[in-house]
Design a protein around this ligand. Structure first.
Ligand SMILES: C[S@@+](CC[C@H](N)C(=O)[O-])C[C@H]1O[C@@H](n2cnc3c(N)ncnc32)[C@H](O)[C@@H]1O
Length: 220
């Protein structure tokens, strides 16, 4: 479902450059059409394709590296739209957001996946999750929600979350504002806090809200 949403955003807002952090088997990547596409993943598993550390064909470039390494050496602006779907931890998703938001084109958007875990087990950090629940076959959504909570406390990041499986949060900055996230103590927050305040923390919207948002962005 997130692929259709991202494509709709690209088409409606006339975006010409797309960056995806975390490609996995390329299911989303292969479904996205954009004039320029850049993908980053240290462990790329796109079937039938073999990559060196850098692979480029047509309008698509893929880097086999971590997002930290990619952002440390990428150009500016990096893209009109950045889809963050890499390491699902608070620490890494926060780093990815800051790196992306500093380098995004004017009028661009950062979209972050996996912001809405629906159970404590889905929200566990990877090591705990694998060790304590080796039998678990469901999704690993992680604690990316803490990044959204930290940004929400800063009061200077605009965002909302579409209520699709695992959650898809749209984030953008006002040109005049600096990001001042509040990270203290957020790492320690339990899942129960998120579960109780889910709608407010995520600014949760039904998927139908996307049309309203895109209309407002195109007419302002
Ligand atoms: C959920 S999958 C991505 C799914 C893909 N975006 C899609 O929608 O089809 C997460 C991917 O993030 C990658 N990843 C993990 N740590 C990363 C990092 N530090 N930088 C970039 N990618 C990372 C993993 O290798 C994995 O392939």
């Amino acid at each position: 479902m997130h692929t259709e949403i991202i494509q709709k955003v690209i088409d409606k807002l006339g975006y010409t450059s797309y960056l995806e952090i975390g490609l996995d088997r390329g299911i989303n990547w292969c479904g996205i059409t954009c004039k320029k596409k850049v993908g980053v993943d240290p462990v790329i598993m796109i079937p039938k394709l073999e990559y060196g550390d850098f692979f480029c064909w047509g309008n698509e470039t893929i880097y086999r590296k971590t997002s930290d390494d990619f952002f440390a050496s990428c150009g500016h602006p990096v893209a009109d739209i950045v889809f963050i779907d890499g390491m699902h931890t608070f620490e890494q998703s926060a780093k990815d957001f800051h790196a992306a938001s500093r380098r995004i084109a004017e009028g661009g958007l950062v979209l972050m996946h996996d912001t809405n875990p629906t159970s404590e087990i889905e929200s566990m950090i990877y090591d705990t999750y694998m060790t304590e629940h080796p039998e678990y076959q469901g999704a690993w959504v992680g604690d990316v929600w803490k990044t959204i909570y930290a940004l929400s406390q800063s009061g200077n990041v605009n965002y909302f979350t579409l209520d699709i499986p695992y959650g898809l949060t749209f984030l953008w900055l006002d040109k005049s504002k600096e990001i001042k996230p509040v990270y203290e103590d957020v790492a320690k927050l339990p899942y129960s806090f998120f579960n109780k305040n889910r709608k407010d923390i995520l600014n949760l919207k039904p998927v139908t809200y996307l049309g309203e948002f895109l209309l407002a962005r195109t007419t302002c």
